[in-house]
Design a protein around this ligand. Structure first.
Ligand code: BGC
Length: 801
C-alpha cells in the first residue's frame, strides 16, 4: 500500500476517528469512515471453512453461519504433509470469503501441541514447529492469493484452554525460540499474513496483547511483519499499553470504552500521536487492501467443486496406523459396520471454528457405495451420549459373527474435545471400550476407524489387525475413509504428532495445564517426539508414522556438498536420495529429513525434523529427492548471544519414513566459527530428560531468574475471573447470571453429546472470563465503572465471607 495514500488519510483523520479505527465496530467488523470512502470490512472464522454468522454475532458463534464447505481440521491437514493440497484448500477458502464479502479469514491455528490433552489440538497442526510453519504458510498463501487476508493465530504460547484468558505461560527463551515461535516465524517470513492474532494468555508475566518483546521486537522488527496485530476476541488487557507495545487492533468492539482511553492518553501525553499513527496506518493499509477485493468483480464459489476438493484432501489426511493385511478389503465381502459414529460422523471440532457444512457425507452411506448395499449391515453398538446399553452390544456381536469383516467406528464425541476446555484423559469413551472388549474374537476380523482430533490410547491395539486414523475429516471425510477401506485410495497420511502409549509418558504432563494463574513449561524443549525419540520412550505410534498399501525403498543417500564443510550463516548442505515404489500399487511416501548433533554443549534432541517431501510414485517408479539444509537447520538458540548458533561438530542427517523408521543416515562435519561452550552443569536435568527431573533448581537455571510466584487470587483485580469470584456473595449472582446467558445461548438437548460439549464450553468460558471483559461482551448490562466498583467491594473485607 502506498505510503503517500496512507499519509494523506492520516492527515485527514481526527483523533477520535483514529482511536475508533483501532477497535472493532461490532463482533465481526471494523469501523469504516464514510467521508473518506473507507469501507467497514468483515473478519471472521476460520480456519477449516468459512464461518460467517448471517445474523447477530456471538462469542462462540453458535448463531447459525452461512452454508460453507467444511474441510478437514488441522490435525488431519498436517497428517497429509502435502503443502500443495493445503494451499489449494486455502484458495477455495479465499473464494468462499470473496463470495461472502469477507475480508479476513481468522486462521490458521499455528500453536504447537505441547500436550495431547490440549482442547484445541484438533485445530492446530503439529507438535513440530517446522511442519506447523510449512502448513500455516501454505494455508495463508492459498487464501491470500484470492485477495483475502488471514490471521495467523494465536501468537503465542497458547497451548491449552484452561484459564486461557488469564494464565501466565512461564517459558525459557531458548524453548520459546526453538519450539513455540518458529512456526509463526516461518509463516510470517514466507507469506506475510495480513494479520497476526495475539493470544489471550500472558507470556512470562505480560499479556501477549501488550508484549513488546513478542509484538514489536520479534514479530515486527526481527521478522519484518508488515500487517496488523489484532487481539484474540477479548484478549485486550490495557488498551493504551497495547497500542504502545505494538498491538494495532482490538477485537471485538469494546464500544467507546477503549476509544475514549486512547483519546485521553493522547491528550494527556501518555501516548504520542506518532505511536497511535503506527497502529492506524496499519489498519488503514488493511482496509485499503480489502477494499480492492470488495470493489473488484464478485467471485463465485463453486461449492460442489470445493466438496470434491475436501474429499481429495480428506483422502490424504487418513493415517493407516496398523495393518496386518486385513486392509484393503476386497469387493464382495460381507461387511458389518458397527458404531454410532458411522452414521452420525464426527467431522469437525466444537467452538469458534464450527462450520455449517452445505452437505455432509456419512461413513455408512459411503461404505455402501463402495461395497454394495446388500453386502453391508449396520448397528450402532453404543450411544453417542454414553448411555450404557448391553442390548446394543449384543446386537453388534451377532452382526459381527455373520460378517467377513467388521468396520468399527470409534472416536471422540464433541464433549470430549472442544475449544474452551482441555481433555481429562486420552481414553475413548467407556461405552466404546466396552463394546470393543465384548467383541472378543470378532476383533480378529475388525478394522477400527478412529474419528478424533487428537491422540487417543488404544488398549485393544494388539487385538485388532487394522486401525485407520481418520481424524476430523470435514464434510467429505466419509467417502475418503470408505475408499481407503476398499483400496480405491492408497492411504498416505503420516502422524504429525506422537501417539503416546500412556498419558504419563508425556513430559509436560506433571505441569499441564498448570494452575488457574500460571503454567510452567518445565519440560522446555522436550516436546513430542523430541522427548520420545531421544529418551527411547516407546510411543503407541511415533511421529511421522503412517502405512501404505505399497512399499517404498530408499536408495543412495548422497551428500552433494561432501562430508566435511566449512559452514557459516550463508551456506547450506545439499543431499539427495532416491525413493522407489517397490510394491504393486500407486502410492505416496512422506520422506522425512531429521538432523541431530553428535555432542552438543547444550541439551539437544537426538533428531529434529528439518525438511520433508511427499512424493507420488507409480508401481516401479523412482524419484530423486533433494534436500537443502541451511545454517539454521543445525543451530540452537543461544540466549546469551541472542542468536542461532551451529557449533563446529559432527552432525547426522537421517532420512526416514517416520522418526523411528530411519532408512539411511549421512554424517557431515561442519566447521563453523562457533566453538563449543562448556556445558552448563546447572542444566544437568535437561541433559537427562529420561529422568524427568525438571526440578526447581533446573528450571530456575533454564529461565535465568527465579521462578515467578503466580499472581495471587486476592486481592481481586480486573483480571480476576468470574470463576474466581463465584464463591463470594457479591460474585455469585454475576457468575450465575453470565452462565445462564451463555447456556441459553448454546441451548439444545442436554442428552446430546454436542449439546453437552456446548454446555461444558459455556461453563468454562464463563468461569475463565476476566472481569475486564464483562463490559466488552455485555456492555448493555455492565459498565467499566460498575465492574471497578464491584472489585472494590469484593476486596473490602467487610463484604467478603
Ligand atoms: C478464538 C479465536 C477466534 C475468535 C473469534 C476466540 O475465542 O480463540 O480463535 O478466531 O474467538 O471467534
Amino acid at each position: 500500500m502506498s505510503d503517500t495514500k496512507i499519509n494523506q488519510l492520516l492527515a485527514e483523520l481526527t483523533l477520535e476517528e483514529k482511536a475508533m479505527l483501532c477497535t472493532g465496530k461490532d463482533f465481526w467488523t471494523l469501523h469504516g469512515i464514510e467521508r473518506l470512502s473507507l469501507p467497514s470490512i468483515m473478519v471472521t472464522d476460520g480456519p477449516h471453512g468459512l464461518r460467517k454468522q448471517a445474523g447477530e454475532g456471538d462469542h462462540v458463534g453458535l448463531n447459525a453461519a452461512v452454508k460453507a464447505t467444511c474441510f478437514p481440521t488441522a490435525s488431519g491437514l498436517a497428517a497429509s504433509w502435502n503443502t500443495k493440497l493445503v494451499e489449494e484448500m486455502g484458495v477455495a477458502l479465499g473464494k468462499e470469503c470473496r463470495a461472502e464479502d469477507v475480508s479476513v479469514l481468522l486462521g490458521p491455528g499455528t500453536n504447537i501441541k505441547r500436550n495431547p490433552l490440549g482442547g484445541r489440538n484438533f485445530e492446530y497442526f503439529s507438535e513440530d514447529p517446522l511442519l506447523a510453519g510449512d502448513m500455516s504458510a501454505a494455508w495463508i498463501k492459498g487464501v491470500q492469493s484470492q485477495g483475502v487476508g488471514t490471521s495467523l493465530k494465536h501468537y503465542a504460547v497458547n497451548n491449552h484452554e484452561h484459564c486461557r484468558m488469564t494464565v501466565d505461560a512461564v517459558v525459557d527463551q531458548r524453548t520459546l525460540r526453538e519450539i513455540y515461535l518458529p512456526a509463526f516465524e516461518k509463516a510470517v517470513k514466507k507469506t506475510q499474513p495480513w494479520t497476526v492474532m495475539c493470544s489471550y494468555n500472558k507470556v512470562n508475566g505480560t499479556y501477549a496483547a501488550e508484549h513488546k518483546q513478542l509484538l514489536d521486537d520479534i514479530l515486527v522488527k526481527e521478522w519484518g511483519f508488515e500487517g496488523i496485530i489484532v487481539t484474540d476476541w477479548g484478549a485486550n488487557n490495557d488498551r493504551v499499553e497495547g497500542v504502545k507495545n505494538g498491538q494495532h487492533l482490538e477485537m471485538p468492539s469494546s464500544g467507546d470504552m477503549n476509544t475514549k482511553k486512547i483519546i485521553a492518553a493522547v491528550e494527556n501525553g501518555q501516548l504520542t500521536m506518532a505511536e497511535l499513527d503506527k497502529s492506524v496506518a496499519r489498519v488503514l493499509a488493511l482496509i485499503l487492501k480489502s477494499q480492492a477485493s470488495l470493489e473488484s468483480d464478485k467471485v463465485e464459489a463453486d461449492l460442489n467443486a470445493h466438496h470434491e476438493l475436501a474429499a481429495r484432501i480428506a483422502e490424504e489426511t487418513c493415517v493407516l496406523l496398523k495393518n496386518d493385511g486385513l486392509l484393503p478389503v476386497a469387493p464382495g465381502k460381507k461387511v458389518a459396520v458397527i458404531g454410532a459414529l458411522a452414521n452420525s460422523t464426527r467431522y469437525q471440532g466444537a467452538g469458534s471454528s464450527k462450520i455449517n457444512p452445505f452437505k455432509l457425507e456419512q461413513p455408512l452411506d459411503e461404505i455402501k457405495k463402495q461395497f454394495g448395499d446388500d453386502n453391508v449391515s449396520y448397528t450402532a453398538g453404543y450411544h453417542l451420549n454414553d448411555k450404557e446399553d448391553s442390548a446394543e452390544i449384543a446386537k453388534a456381536i451377532e452382526l459381527a459373527k455373520q460378517a467377513d469383516v467388521v468396520f468399527l467406528f470409534a472416536g471422540l464425541t464433541p464433549k470430549y474435545e472442544s475449544e474452551g476446555f482441555d481433555r481429562q484423559h486420552l481414553n475413548l469413551p467407556q461405552v466404546q471400550l466396552d463394546l470393543i472388549a465384548a467383541l472378543g474374537e470378532q476383533l480378529n476380523k475388525t478394522v477400527v476407524v478412529l474419528q478424533n482430533g487428537a491422540p487417543v490410547v488404544l488398549p485393544f491395539v494388539e487385538k485388532v489387525p487394522a486401525i485407520l486414523e481418520a481424524y476430523l475429516g470435514g464434510q467429505a471425510g466419509a467417502s475418503a475413509v470408505a475408499k481407503v477401506l476398499s483400496g480405491e485410495v492408497n492411504p498416505s497420511g503420516k502422524l504429525a504428532e506422537t501417539f503416546p502409549a500412556n498419558l504419563d509418558d508425556v513430559p509436560s504432563q506433571p505441569y499441564f495445564p498448570g494452575t488457574t494463574k500460571q503454567v510452567q513449561y518445565r519440560e522446555a524443549i522436550w516436546v513430542g517426539y523430541r522427548y520420545f525419540d531421544t529418551t527411547k520412550t516407546k510411543a503407541l505410534f511415533p511421529f511421522g508414522h503412517g502405512l501404505s498399501y505399497t512399499n517404498f525403498t530408499y536408495y543412495h543417500l548422497t551428500l552433494l556438498s561432501g562430508d566435511k564443510a566449512s559452514f557459516n550463516e550463508n551456506d547450506s548442505i545439499k543431499l539427495q536420495i532416491t525413493i522407489t515404489n517397490t510394491g504393486n500399487k500407486a502410492g505416496a511416501e512422506v520422506v522425512q529429513c531429521y538432523v541431530g548433533q553428535k555432542s552438543s554443549s547444550q541439551p539437544r534432541p537426538a533428531k529434529e525434523l528439518k525438511a520433508f517431501e511427499k512424493v507420488f510414485l507409480e508401481p516401479g517408479e523412482s524419484k530423486e529427492i533433494e534436500f537443502e539444509l541451511d545454517y539454521r537447520a543445525f543451530a540452537y538458540w543461544d540466549e546469551a548471544q541472542s542468536s542461532w548458533v551451529a557449533e563446529s561438530d559432527e552432525y547426522q542427517i537421517h532420512i526416514g519414513s517416520s522418526v523411528e523408521d530411519i532408512r539411511d543416515t549421512a554424517t557431515v562435519f561442519l566447521n563453523t566459527t562457533v566453538a563449543k561452550k562448556q556445558p552448563n552443569a546447572a542444566l544437568k536435568a535437561y541433559f537427562e530428560p529420561e529422568k524427568r527431573d525438571f526440578n526447581d533448581a533446573a528450571f530456575t537455571a533454564l529461565l535465568g531468574y527465579d521462578i515467578p510466584a503466580p499472581t495471587p487470587i486476592t486481592p481481586y483485580t480486573v483480571n480476576s475471573t468470574l470463576g474466581e469470584i463465584a464463591n463470594e456473595p457479591l460474585g455469585k449472582p454475576l457468575y450465575e447470571g453470565m452462565l445462564s446467558v451463555f447456556t441459553q445461548m448454546m441451548g439444545g438437548d442436554q442428552n446430546d453429546s454436542a449439546a453437552e460439549a456446548d454446555r461444558l464450553m459455556a461453563e468454562s468460558m464463563v468461569a475463565d472470563m476476566p472481569l475486564r471483559n464483562l463490559p466488552v461482551f455485555n456492555s448493555q448490562q455492565y459498565s467499566e465503572d460498575q465492574i471497578l466498583q464491584l472489585i472494590a467491594s469484593l476486596n473490602n473485607k467487610e463484604t467478603r465471607i
